[in-house]
Design a protein around this ligand. Structure first.
Ligand code: ZN
Length: 686
């Protein structure tokens, strides 16, 4: 591992922050923090922490000796001065005399010592930084160091490899006990450059920011050299079926099995999103003959338990052409996992001084031999974090197994971390949105109505896929949404293209739940004279394409077995024909019937089918030229023409989007169509 420290860059950052009134030492700490945070071999997603001891004026203008320490759960890679709150050092240090300190009190005391009462909570490892005397302190969960430290003889191995440059601290629970143990270890060997925390990570310190950082890189490099020195292939390979089912086929099965039905409300589930990883290192790990041993051994460092739980779910390899057998075996594995989790909770909760609130029993990482691994989360972001941490864990375990045997913490320690209130607090308690955990796919997603619909689904918490004939436009539209949306090319009149789009959506998010079949175009012609070719083309786009989209949706919904929602953009033409719009209205009328057929035949599987009949949407099928020409032909202004309905105002794409959203949420409505036309009795259902 190479040092990336540049004095020129560091000084530039010092100058940048000086202009904002941020002191030199804090700016240097930020620079080092970002370098550490930028390397996923050192820290991931809010892991690790850094600090600097300095003197700052308090709110009353008095100088105070403070510890500026990373805020809890903040990312080192993007740390700003606000993420490094200042807390008075003397009261923190006085806590070393305490025998014990409960979580709530620790948070209260540290908040009382903050210079700025509005600052974020400080890192759960703040006391460790306070009790050590050094000006700059860096703490990471280095993969290479953990490969050494996560061994039955981890302490001895670290001492042998890193030698006298560090003091080795046996595993102690984070918080006051670890802070005391770390300070004592340092005091017995005050020449050391840092501390190895067995089964947890590494700390380096110095009077100078660059030196603390360089010591981190230097010590981690020693560990890296040791674990790669005699590297051959680490894992013996297990036997696998000759053909393995694809990610697109396997993911919906697993996603469906992990969804938790709401016991009180049929049709409602707590659903999860999946994030697949299948790189070379992951494949070697998941295809190993000894997977059952090392795969279930536990996490690499304690704070990972809140993201990945203590162990992954391991399912059998999915043999191509035998997905039913895979589904049955995977179901048994999920049921066993959930039962084991409940038993683990009950066992440790009974022994816990303060009763804990049980988390859901579903895995956050799924290992699939022959394929790779899935991160599992209530959102795509959470699934990606779980997958990132799982990949880092794979690297740690692989390094450990290369030189010995990976060993994690005891179950008691893992439970203490998973249910430590300060760790749980990092996950936040934001109110969940109604479509959280669901995936919505919208065809014609780059168009006015499609994009408005995707925006509404996203605002309600769904992960979104925008499929459009224009793939580049779909990608641009997806980038404009708030969150990790997927934009992809899809010609809805080509069944192979539709299938590929659904497969890509499934590879990306694990499946789909809501499909808005929206793509269409208004072909015109007087019905007695129109060429057959025009009518047939319109049937391809405005009827057969809806059938192709719905069939592919069914393929995935059926594999998930958790219901779902089909939504069709049908148009007012389906029930109230307009002159010259026969080629458009006829296939749309067939699509209205198609919706009812799906409602009839798949209601028993919890799959709902509904439609929206919209009319007069600017930017939908109405081009500016059409609006101008028609307004002129009626002798109206454009505004008068667009508001030509019972309510007297223009109907917008956002109105149509809200109608789709309300149907997606209406758990007891199927076979219905909803008009969004400002009121038009001729087009009203009767
Ligand atoms: Zn740590």
């Amino acid at each position: 591992m190479k040092s990336l420290w540049s004095d020129a860059e560091a000084e530039a950052l010092v100058a940048h922050y000086a202009a904002r009134g941020v002191g030199r030492e804090v700016a240097l700490c930020l620079y080092g923090s970002r370098l550490l945070g930028g390397d996923k071999r050192l820290v991931l997603h809010g892991g690790g922490n850094t600090s600097v001891k300095t003197v700052l004026p308090d709110l009353f203008g008095e100088s105070a000796e403070v510890l500026c320490i990373k805020g809890s759960g903040r990312d080192l890679a993007a740390l700003e001065p606000e993420g490094l709150p200042a807390v008075r050092l003397a009261p923190l240090r006085a806590l070393r005399r305490r025998e014990s300190l409960d979580d709530a009190e620790m948070v209260r005391l540290s908040r009382a010592a903050l210079l700025d009462p509005g600052a974020p909570n400080i890192s759960v490892e703040a006391l460790l930084h306070a009790f050590l005397p050094h000006r700059f302190i860096d703490h990471t969960h280095s993969v290479a160091v953990l490969s050494l430290a996560d061994q039955p003889d981890g302490a001895a191995l670290c001492a042998e490899v890193i030698g006298r440059r560090v003091a080795v601290v046996p595993y102690v629970r984070p918080g006051l006990p670890l802070a005391k143990a770390a300070a004592e270890a340092f005091e017995t060997g005050p020449d050391v450059e840092g501390l190895v925390l067995v089964k947890h990570g590494i700390v380096t310190f110095a009077e100078d920011a660059a030196e603390a950082y360089r010591r981190m890189i230097g010590l981690v490099t020693l560990a890296e050299e040791r674990i790669t020195r005699t590297r051959k292939s680490v894992f013996a390979v297990r036997a696998l079926p000759s053909g393995i089912a694809s990610v697109a086929e396997s993911a919906p099965v697993l996603r469906g099995l992990c969804a938790i039905p709401d016991p009180a409300t049929p049709g409602l589930y707590t659903r999860f999103v999946l994030d697949f990883r299948g790189g070379k290192a992951v494949r070697q790990f998941v295809d190993g003959a000894d997977l059952e041993r090392y795969g279930r051994a536990g996490v690499a460092t304690p704070d990972h338990t809140i993201r990945t739980k203590n162990t992954p779910l391991i399912v059998p390899p999915p043999e191509r052409g035998r997905l039913d057998a895979f589904a049955a075996e995977a179901r048994a594995a999920v049921e066993r996992y959930a039962a084991d989790y409940r038993a683990y909770f009950a066992r440790h909760n009974a022994a816990s001084a303060v009763p804990k609130r049980e988390l859901d029993p579903m895995p956050r990482v799924i290992i699939v031999p022959g394929l790779g691994l899935f991160g599992v989360g209530r959102s795509a972001n959470d699934a990606a974090i779980a997958a990132d941490i799982a990949e880092s864990w794979v690297e740690t375990v692989t390094g450990a197994e290369a030189i010995g045997r990976f060993e994690s913490l005891s179950e008691t320690e893992l439970f203490a971390m998973e249910y430590w209130s300060l760790e749980q607090a990092k996950l936040g308690r934001a109110e969940e949105k109604p479509l959280a955990g669901q995936v919505a796919l919208v065809t014609g997603g780059a168009g006015t109505i499609g994009f408005a619909t995707a925006t509404a689904m996203r605002a309600a918490g769904a992960e979104t896929v925008l499929a459009d004939l224009d793939g580049a436009a779909a990608e641009q539209a997806a980038a404009r949404l708030d969150g990790p949306a997927l934009g992809l090319a899809c010609d809805v009149t080509d069944p192979a293209s539709v299938r590929a789009a659904f497969d890509r959506a499934t590879e990306h998010f694990g499946g789909v739940d809501i499909v808005v079949s929206n793509a269409g175009a208004a072909l015109q012609g007087r019905i007695g004279e129109v060429e057959d070719a025009v009518l047939r083309k319109s049937f391809e786009l405005n009827f057969f394409a809806h059938q192709s989209v719905a069939q592919n949706a069914l393929r995935i919904l059926t594999a998930q077995k958790t219901g779902g929602c089909l939504l069709f953009n049908v148009s007012k033409q389906a029930v109230s024909p307009g002159p010259n719009f026969g080629p458009y209205g006829l296939p749309k009328a067939a699509t209205l019937a198609l919706m009812r057929q799906y409602a009839l035949e798949y209601g028993s599987a919890g799959i709902r089918a509904n439609a929206v009949n919209a009319d007069g949407i600017r930017g939908g099928l109405l081009t500016p030229e059409m609006i101008a020409a028609r307004a002129a032909s009626y002798g109206m202004t454009e505004a008068q023409y667009m508001g030509r309905n019972l309510l007297g105002h223009e109907v917008t794409a956002a109105d149509v989007a809200q109608a789709f959203l309300s149907l997606a949420l209406a758990r007891s409505t199927t076979g219905a169509f909803l008009t969004v036309d400002g009121g038009n009795i001729a087009a009203a259902p009767r």
